[in-house]
Every structure is written in C-alpha cells, then in structure tokens.
Ligand binder design. Sequence first.
Ligand code: GDD
Ligand code: MG
Length: 401
Amino acid sequence: MRLEIPRYTERFGAVRIHEVLKVLELDSGPGDEEMPGLAVKRIPEALLAEVESQTAIVIPIRNEPLHLFEGVLSGIPHRCPIIVISNSDRDPVDRLEVEEDTFSQYCYFTQRKGVLIHQRDPELAKAISAAGYTDLLDEDGLVRKGKAEGMILGIFIARMLQAQHVGFIDSDNYFPGSVWEYCRIYAAGLALARTPYAMVRVLWRFKPKATSDERIVFKRYGRVSERTNRFLNRLMSTNTGFESEIIRTANAGEHALTMRLAELLPISAGFGVEPFHFTSLFKRFGALLPTNMPEVIDKGIDVFQIESRNPHMHENKGDAHVRDMAVEALATIFHSELCGPELRHEIMATAVQEGLIQEGDAIQAPRVYPPLGPFLDSFMELYAGDLERHYVPAGGVWQSL
Ligand code: GDD
Ligand code: MG
C-alpha cells in the first residue's frame, strides 16, 4: 500500500492529530523497500502482513442480513484473527445459531480460526462481574446491549488472543472490497505510528446515497459526521484559541487502536463511542488537566485519519436511528469537562434548530465505562476456561498469533 505521510499535524498536549492521508495505491507491488519520499510512503506487503497478524478484527453484529455478514467476513485479510460479538435475537428464530453456522463454514473453508460470542452469554457476564467490571452489566446481570458494549467485549477477547492491536468493522457493509481496504488501512496506519499509543480512523472517500429519482449521489460526508466534526474542532479551538479543521473522522465507526491505547481509554456507551475517543484523549492528555501517566505523555499519542478509496455503503437503519446517533455524538462533546458554557449553548441551539431534540429537552450525559486496563488480567484468568467453547471451528484451540 502506498499512502501520503502526514505533512501537517496539530498537537493538543500529547495528542498528535495528523491531517487526513490519502491512499495512493492499494497495492504497491512486490519488494520490501519502504522507499521513503518527501510526502509519500510505501508500506511493504511484508510489513502490512506482520501488522495484520497482530491485529484482531472485532465485528459487532445485531440482526444483520446474513449475506452482508458473509461478505464482510470475506473481506477480512487472512492473517487477522476475527472476533465476532453478536447481540442478535435468539427468538423466535435463533439468529446466533445461523451466524455460528455461517462463521464455522467460512472458517472451515478458509482454514482460519475465529471466536464468536453472544454478548448476552451468562458465562461471559459472570467473568466480567467477577473481574469487577460491573458497570458493563445490566439489572439482569448480563452484559448491556449496544454496539459500544460489544466493542468492549471485543477488546477483552482480543487481549486474550494476545493481539497487539484491535480494529472494528461493522457487519452491515455492502462492499467486501471496502472491508479489505479498511483492514489494510489499519495496518498501514499502525505501521506508521511512532508510539505504542496510536489510533487509525477511516474517512470514507464517498458515501453513496440513492435519490428519489433513482440516481446515486456520491456524498462526501453524512450530516452527522459533518456536525460532529465541526463541534469537535470547536472544542479544540475554544481551548487553544486557534481555529481548527483538523478533525474529519469524528464518527469513524471503522477505526483501530493499539492495545496499549485501548486499555487506557474510557469508552462511551451508545453511538458516541467514536467522538468520545477524542474528548477523552483531550481531557486526559491535552495538557489542560493533570494526568498521572507520564509514559503516555512522553511517547505521545498518534491519531491517523486515512481516507479510503472504496465508497462506503451500509444498511439504512432509518431517520430515528440517525437522530439518536447524532444526539449521542453531540452529548460526548456537550458533557466534556473542556466544553465551556458558550459552546454548550451553541450545541444546544444547533440540536434544537436541526430538530434533533425539542426546545427545553436535556442532552443526556453518556454512560461512560472505565478503562479496561486494570480489569484485564483477572478477566483473562477467569474466562480462559470458557473461551474455548467459542472458538470456531468448534474445538479448535487458538494458535499463537
Ligand atoms: N454486538 C453488537 N451489539 N453489535 C451491534 C449492536 C449491539 O447491541 N447494535 C448494533 N450492532 C452492530 C450492527 O450490526 C452493525 O454491524 C454495527 O454494530 C453498527 O451498527 P449500525 O446500527 O449499523 O450503526 P450505523 O451504521 O448507524 O453507525 C455506524 O457508523 C457510524 C458512523 O457513520 C457505527 O459504526 C457508528 O458507531 C458510527 O459512528
Ligand atoms: Mg451501519
């Protein structure tokens, strides 16, 4: 893969946010020279392969069409371990069983191994509870529903598989080719990182939308992303005094993190999970509030934003869903300690004006889960026996990554 290297970076304390990088070649040919140039970098296939083998891909799934799930699986590079976290209905049809069949068949014929777990599995909840990560559990003692909660489980399991990085891929993607590209982008970005604390966020080149007269428009940004980007940039500028447009991946569902970074970040519930990465990085490492992690401050945090070549097309979940997502994203900024009264007022006014909430309604604070780091060791110990039950193909023992 050949891509631009960052020519412009904005710093917010220890957080280095690199401008959006474009992919120049999806495949940059054989050979292992990196060919450093002034503005372009070639990431050799061997290096991509090495990083891929260290990157567990977590696929959250809830009641998606099987055709989409199958397509997504086919796009994950062979070397990446796959972890599927399902919250699909078990009743009236046991969708989990169907997903397990699909995944087993895929793993069998492609000669790879994976893990598939239902988010509401009681044994899993027991281990989470015994490890002390009780915020994740609901009143029934099971792991809460939600994509972010599935992602947290994915990080726990990725760590058990000794992955050094973890990347997320939604299961409702129509284009396997874009899934493949996102995973390559993760590997390329992680290979560029100069610190153990790095994050790669995908910016879609286009998001095709069908119009009422049956044309397709290749839109650059969705409304939600445009608005969240704007307010996150405002959050930075109201604290630094310099206007900024550097953040363009506020809602990047497709993103990857080094495990070292994944362990130390709190995670927001709901669909504010991606913008919350930024607000919590700013809070903890933005040099505005005290922090007790000198190692991270010293090494810094790299945030790469990389633009894909493939367009992104996924299931249309309806307007109400998009509205909820928009409010949850804004809530992470609105409730950030770094958000002053003026910006809060602006966010509120925009949310009302754009019909996301009614005048007088509150913007609910997101539920925030604590960083996983302190709970990982005991979870791994407690869950080791049960994890084998979820290896696919059944009975397969996970071989070292
Ligand atoms: N395990 C699990 N548990 N997975 C879930 C759950 C759940 O409760 N709810 C949804 N998912 C899965 C879906 O099946 C899908 O694969 C993925 O999570 C994303 O959910 P969608 O409902 O498709 O979300 P979206 O497409 O509107 O939003 C996506 O893109 C946004 C950026 O545009 C998400 O990735 C957002 O987080 C992201 O901000
Ligand atoms: Mg979707």
